[in-house]
Design a binder for this molecule. Structure first.
Ligand SMILES: N[C@@H](CCC(=O)N[C@@H](CS)C(=O)NCC(=O)O)C(=O)O
Length: 241
């Protein structure tokens, strides 16, 4: 698969582990790099939006021992993975649905039936699609590539995302995808927002405003600040982030 990798240097640096292991009974969310791992960001935003108290468990993508530990938690060996009260949840959409059941008052999905179906549909599309966008424009929060030439194969993905956002913003009035309240769809598309900024993707005005809304969320600011503290590069930038 063609991959544009604008800034790729190798490093053996490991992501930081928490100083102490989480106490038994504490919900945990297993994540990898805050700078590079878009799925980690989605899972973390979902848990924060839901209001769940959890401990972060960081596993480095290039740490073999950490991968073995992750396998015990997540059979897919993928992050994010949530453990909570005996439940082990290892896919982002499953985590979103679990949190929505657990904390319905957080309104991760719209309360109205048809809007809720719409929300789940666009989230599902994000969860399973846009592979050309994901592989050619990997998340890299610390980087900026002004005037980046986007690979032609990723353009239909970008056009479809612009269509999804434009329809949602027009139908529900913004500033978030499903209206005044941030939720599941905003968490699912947040890493796309950061990619559009990193790679200088040109967008229509309503989508630019939406990107500003997402970047302005305190949770995003907190995540980005933590990403900036991470070592600069990791080895596996070609993988599907
Ligand atoms: N669709 C999966 C995707 C998860 C995924 O691809 N996670 C990546 C990180 S962004 C991963 O764990 N890759 C393997 C690794 O980090 O070693 C989900 O929803 O959870």
């Amino acid at each position: 698969m063609p991959v544009a990798s604008p800034s790729k240097t190798k490093s053996t640096a490991k992501a930081a582990r928490p100083a102490s292991a989480p106490r038994p009974g504490t919900a945990t969310l297993t994540l990898s790099s805050k700078n590079y791992s878009s799925w980690s960001l989605r899972g973390w935003l979902l848990a924060r939006f839901a209001g769940l108290k959890f401990a972060e468990v960081m596993v480095s993508p290039d740490d073999v021992d950490a991968r073995k530990e992750l396998l015990l938690l997540a059979p897919s060996i993928l992050v994010p993975c949530l453990t909570h009260d005996g439940a082990k949840v290892w896919n982002t959409m499953a985590i979103a649905q679990y949190l929505d059941e657990l904390m319905p008052e957080a309104a991760l999905v719209p309360t109205e039936r048809i809007a809720r179906a719409h929300c789940r549909s666009v989230c599902g599309e994000m969860n399973s699609g846009f592979s050309n966008l994901r592989s050619s424009l990997p998340m890299n929060l610390k980087a900026r590539f002004p005037g980046h030439k986007v690979w032609a194969g990723a353009l239909p993905d970008i056009e479809r995302i612009v269509q999804i956002w434009s329809e949602c913003l027009a139908a529900y009035g913004g500033p978030f995808l499903f209206g005044a309240h941030r939720g599941m769809a905003d968490a699912m598309f947040a890493p796309v927002v950061t990619r559009f900024l990193t790679y200088d993707v040109k967008l229509p005005k309503p989508c630019i405003l939406y990107c500003q809304t997402v970047m302005g969320m305190p949770e995003m600011q907190e995540w980005i600040a933590a990403a900036r503290q991470e070592p600069d590069d990791i080895e596996e930038l070609d993988m599907d982030f």
